[in-house]
Design a protein around this ligand. Structure first.
Ligand code: GTP
Ligand code: MG
Length: 226
């Protein structure tokens, strides 16, 4: 029997009431993730506004967020040989809710990460620093897995989400590389991978250079004020 047919039979032979309960549980869990995204987006807006007043520039250029699609959630669990259930999603996946924070300069990335870490209700579960240690292909970003509480009508839930913090230059590279990754020709051409790595190296240098320029300007401003 085909895998698909087996699945259909297992679904329709289940008690319809049970299916509805599972469906409701899943919808509720997705609401938790959506709420967690809202909470963190607000925190980021507040930080950006506060720093903008103090430093007269925006550390955050823009923020994007997404909820993983149910089909991608199921695919990821299946790929890892894990059970497909709401409990398994909560226990095993940390990127159902994802937020990408695109900053102006490299030091803004670490400042924002530190400011979030200092907040009482945010727990940093994991840090992957692909800026200090870029991936072999050149991918660079700071990844944090954080946990935050969300307050519902009758309970509090602690929800994990993935934050990717990067500069606008790193985002430019990652966005184009992501688009091209899906082309067959790229996977088969090691010289293209090398060229992309070279671009990533140049972007790293440009980010460093831009930061130096900003710091020079800040010094000039200080001496003018005195
Ligand atoms: P996943 O199974 O993909 O979640 O891997 P992981 O748990 O090891 O997470 P990792 O921190 O390596 O990367 C997770 C996310 O970072 C991906 O879903 C992408 O959004 C981004 N990312 C990681 N590597 C690359 C890359 O080489 N290129 C691009 N464009 N994005 C990447
Ligand atoms: Mg991940």
């Amino acid at each position: 029997m085909q895998e698909f047919d087996k699945k259909i039979i297992s679904v329709i032979s289940q008690d319809p009431e049970e299916i509805l309960i599972h469906l409701n549980e899943f919808k509720e869990l997705m609401l938790y993730y959506k709420s967690a995204i809202r909470e963190v987006r607000t925190k980021l807006e507040v930080l950006n506004d506060d720093i903008s007043i103090k430093n007269q520039r925006n550390p955050i250029q823009f923020v994007k967020s997404r909820l993983k699609k149910p089909s991608s959630i199921a695919q990821k669990l299946r790929r890892r040989g894990l059970e497909i259930s709401t409990q398994s999603i909560r226990e095993n996946l940390t990127d159902v809710a994802g937020i990408r924070v695109v900053c102006s300069f490299v030091d803004d990335i670490y400042d924002i990460a530190e400011m979030l870490e200092l907040q009482d209700d945010i727990k940093i579960i994991e840090v992957k620093d692909y800026i200090k240690n870029p991936k072999p292909n050149g991918y660079s970003s700071l990844h944090l897995i954080v946990e935050i509480p969300i307050y519902l009508s009758q309970k509090k839930e602690c929800i994990k989400l993935e934050l990717q913090i990067r500069t606008i230059a790193m985002d430019f590279w990652a966005s184009l590389e992501h688009q091209m990754k899906y082309k067959k020709t790229m996977k088969e051409a090691p010289e293209i991978i090398k060229e992309l790595k070279k671009c990533a190296d140049k972007i790293y240098q440009i980010d460093e250079h831009m930061l130096k320029i900003r710091k020079k300007i800040e010094k000039l401003d200080i001496s003018e004020d005195n």
